[in-house]
Design a protein around this ligand. Structure first.
Ligand code: IMP
Length: 202
């Protein structure tokens, strides 16, 4: 396999996955770069279903292998919210400062042990012949007591990473990629694709 399409319009994600897959000789191309237009309705009930929906749509529209990921923040004290609705939670156009402030408010008064949370990412790869692979990555942490740090995006400023003693938004990009849900899922997918490539499947 020489190239694989990635179902995203997000330049940040594209750069990350290009870097992770470059060493196995795979050229990752975005839908835009490939001139592929697929209508994607993300109505799955899990990260895995949504990642597969996106990858299937792009593979079907292009006739080529396609990769997609789906991710979100799971907060135990909020019964798993915002979960698969992370980007839409409180409204697509609501700022993350507002969303983060609301999560901090809802967890007010809760002790450390009740503030557990994790970022989850599922990466899916779909081939035109119907083969499908998925890989999951989990980034464990807790909801902190304030917003902190200027790196990252989304919920990073309230996500405290005990093993680093800092908030996710305080981590340098390489430091976060090494332990993050997306980094783990993409590296697991890299192993799957490397094997597929070696046996001449992909
Ligand atoms: P999607 O995977 O592009 O559908 O969006 C996932 C959503 O989950 C993002 O829009 C963020 O709200 C949240 N999210 C996923 N990964 C991260 C992360 O690494 N940091 C902060 N927020 C994240």
């Amino acid at each position: 396999m020489k190239r694989i399409l990635f179902a995203t319009g997000n330049a940040h994600k594209l750069g990350e996955i290009k870097a992770i897959l470059s060493d196995i000789g795979l050229d990752v191309v975005s839908m835009g770069e490939a001139g592929v237009d697929a209508e994607i309705v993300e109505d799955g009930k899990s990260f895995e279903e949504n990642a597969l929906i996106k990858a299937r749509a792009v593979s079907k529209a292009s006739g080529e292998p396609a990769l997609a990921d789906d991710s979100g923040l799971v907060v135990d004290a909020l019964c798993g919210e915002p979960g698969i609705y992370s980007s839409r939670w409180m409204g697509e156009d609501t700022s993350y400062h507002v969303k983060n402030t609301e999560i901090l408010r809802r967890l007010e008064g809760l002790p450390d042990e009740k503030r557990t949370a994790r970022f989850v990412c599922v990466c899916a790869c779909v081939f035109p012949d119907g083969r499908e692979y998925t890989a999951e990555g989990v980034f464990e942490g807790m909801i902190g007591y304030e917003e902190k740090g200027g790196n990252g995006f989304g919920y990073d400023p309230i996500f405290y990473v005990p093993e680093k003693g800092r908030y996710s938004a305080e981590l340098a990009p390489e430091e976060k990629n090494a332990i993050s849900h997306r980094g783990k899922a993409l590296r697991a997918m890299r192993e799957i694709l490397r094997d597929a490539k070696e046996v001449g499947e992909a």
